[in-house]
Design a binder for this molecule. Structure first.
Ligand SMILES: [Zn+2]
Length: 325
């Protein structure tokens, strides 16, 4: 750098109004002071004189956090694949830089989710369930009450409605907190399995989850099981499907088990579900299931191992009601 340029640069630096330093700047200043004068680099000396002028040295003019060496902090890879600095400066510039990064992170997550959705939609084809928009169906429009059937006494009917309200409340809490910590004394399951006759609103209730958790950046893969089982007969397809089902942040398997069919499932279907459930259990990934079968029939069709996997993955509830369609 020639002398003229150097002078011009320092004049520009000096003419800039100092930026009110925050805690990060003060901490860096203390660390720089602790380095013996002769051992400070050119950048470190410049940082100290900027600090003496009352300027923030916790970040550069763009608000990017600086390291003790005077360079911008390296970015780290977050679990979702987004790269950002691990910490930010707390001065005004630093805070606005952090806000910009947060906006970029939200956009990244949305785009990433859209890409995964598009891929899953193509891969699972007719088994991929597209949910109705929130305006069409949500927790408010999901029917908590239903008509009392002949021969059912008033109290039993009220109890059944109470159970529907309770289960809807559990789903609502899940959407709010993304966990089931509010269900006490029931173990540490991360998902929900709704058992009930056709048309009682099992699918409708679980479907309310997807658009709301998508707003929180979570990808929920919803699959219609009868169609899925037809597709996994193709081994090449099955391999890719398995990968997606194991890793989806939230998995919803709709209509597990065949009520018209008493025999155990084929070895291919058995090993598919073992792989999916084992992987999801290992990584504590939420899994939602609806089924027309009770636990005994599930065990007959899928075996003891798969049933115990489902029971460990999911809080099991019987959803009472009549065919509401
Ligand atoms: Zn700063």
């Amino acid at each position: 750098m020639n002398e003229e340029l150097k002078t011009r640069l320092s004049r520009i630096m000096a003419s800039r109004p100092p930026r009110l330093p925050g805690k990060r700047s003060a901490a860096l200043t203390r660390q720089l002071m602790a380095i013996p004068e002769g051992r400070r680099t050119f950048l470190q000396t410049r940082m100290l004189s900027a600090s003496e002028r009352g300027d923030c040295i916790g970040c550069n003019q763009q608000g990017e956090p600086l390291s003790i060496e005077g360079w911008a902090l390296p970015v780290t890879l977050e679990s979702n694949g987004f790269a950002a600095p691990a910490e930010f400066c707390d001065c005004a510039d630093g805070v606005s830089f952090q806000k910009r990064i947060q906006r970029q992170r939200r956009e990244f997550v949305q785009q990433d989710m859209q890409m995964r959705r598009t891929y899953a939609q193509r891969l699972f084809g007719p088994a991929f369930m597209t949910h109705p928009s929130l305006y069409e169906r949500n927790l408010e429009t999901w029917p908590q009450e239903f008509e009392r059937q002949e021969g059912v006494d008033e109290l039993a009917h009220l109890e059944a409605e109470g159970e529907r309200i309770y289960i809807a409340g559990i789903v609502e809490d899940y959407i709010e907190n993304l966990n089931f910590h509010h269900i006490r004394s029931k173990g540490s399951q991360h998902g929900l399995c709704l058992i009930g006759g056709p048309g009682v609103g099992k699918t409708g209730l679980i479907s309310c989850i997807e658009p709301l958790i998508a707003q929180k950046g979570r990808f929920m893969l919803s699959l219609y099981v009868p169609e899925l089982l037809r597709l996994v007969k193709n081994p090449e397809l099955a391999e890719n499907m398995l990968k997606v089902m194991r890793t989806a942040e939230v998995l919803f398997l709709d209509d597990l088990g065949n009520p018209l069919f008493a025999d155990p499932v084929s070895p291919e279907v058995y090993s598919l579900f073992v792989c999916v459930f084992d992987a999801r259990l290992k990584h504590n990934r939420p899994t939602f299931i609806t089924t027309n079968l009770d636990e005994d029939t599930l065990e007959e069709q899928f075996g003891t191992y798969i049933l115990s996997r489902i029971q460990t993955l999911c809080h099991m509830f019987i959803l009472p009601g009549i065919d509401l369609r």
